[in-house]
Design a protein around this ligand. Structure first.
Ligand code: PRT
Ligand code: ZN
Length: 283
């Protein structure tokens, strides 16, 4: 049995449960218990505060954890990071009042900076050789400058709207973060096998999210050009159509390159282009 720690409630909860579900691991956490056993995979889920997850995994009370990299680095526990999970993206940044004339990192010298990320902030300031005072607070960091508690803050940012509404501007990015899968350093053999199965599923779900299945009709005299822009997993599938001189082409495209590819395909005379999501992709 693998024991996986996930956030009990908060920004990572829904995505964590969704990812497990897409990996074929269903749990019933109807009344929000602290522990739940999956129906169809030997996995037990522990619901914890995100800040506690690295410690539980380090101690081996949980084998694995889904948690933000920001928390992993801040807690600085010796655990292995095995996969990036593609959700919970944010950055840990320093922000100052927007009225401040900020030019460079040296301008932070002798300021009082409020944060709940004392370890990462201290490391950053030491690296840059900046003498500044760190004021630890556990929540609502963004209001600290407004109430005279600090001159600047160091906190997580995603859209930037919290900073904006509090009259702050982002001036230094300390860390880019997303949710990751962490693991205890010495897992038993039987757990390692389960972990490999889980990792394969996570990679399949991630690959599927980043790829689309594409089908189109192409004039035969353009097949070479079209095949060249559609490398697919190995190479595209090409099947003749009932109409003479035409073929159906099927392949897989990366979401990032998607529009560029469509434009090229159209310029080569492709017609009836259909694009469908992929449920799972096993490479
Ligand atoms: O109760 P528990 O301790 O488990 O939860 P928590 O309150 O500590 O964490 P939670 O649920 O807020 O966040 C969990 C994780 O989500 C974080 O550790 C990050 O890895 C990730 N994450 C992604 C974020 C954000 N984006 C985020 N924007 N965590 C927090 N924020 C906050 C930020 O602190 C600030 O208050 O959102 C505000 C800024 O957002 P924008 O969009 O206005 O910039
Ligand atoms: Zn937390």
């Amino acid at each position: 049995m693998l024991r996986i720690a996930v956030q009990k409630s908060g920004r990572l909860y829904d995505h964590s449960i969704q990812l497990l579900k897409e990996c074929g691991i269903e749990i019933n956490n109807g009344n929000r218990q602290l522990k739940a056993v999956a129906f169809n995979f030997p996995v037990e889920i522990y619901f914890l505060r995100d800040d506690d997850i690295p410690q539980y995994v380090y101690d081996g009370v949980a084998d694995l954890g889904f948690v933000g990299e920001n928390v992993v680095y801040e807690k600085n526990k010796a655990v292995d990071t095995l996969a990036r999970l593609g959700f919970g993206r944010c950055r840990l940044s320093i922000a100052v009042p927007k009225t401040m004339n900020y030019r460079e990192v040296g301008d932070l010298s002798n300021l009082k900076i409020a944060t709940s990320y004392t370890y990462l902030l201290q490391k950053f300031l030491e690296q840059k050789n900046i003498p500044a005072e760190i004021h630890e607070i556990s929540g609502s960091v963004e209001i600290a400058p407004g109430i005279g508690l600090a001159d600047a803050i160091c906190d997580l940012v995603s859209s930037g709207s919290t900073l904006f509404t509090n009259g702050l501007k982002e001036v230094e990015v300390i860390l880019e973060s997303e949710a990751v899968l962490i693991a205890h350093r010495s897992l038993a053999e039987e757990k390692k096998e389960l972990l490999q199965r889980l990792l394969m599923r996570i990679e399949a779900v991630k690959a599927a999210r980043h790829n689309k299945y594409i089908m189109l009709n192409a004039p035969n005299d353009q097949l070479q050009n079209i095949a060249a822009v559609l490398p697919g997993m190995k190479s595209p599938t090409i099947v003749p159509l009932a109409e003479k001189g035409w073929s159906s082409v099927q392949s897989v495209v990366k979401e990032n390159d998607f529009w560029e590819i469509i434009e090229k395909l159209k310029s080569y005379g492709a017609e009836g282009i259909l694009v469908v999501p992929i449920e799972k992709m096993i490479l």
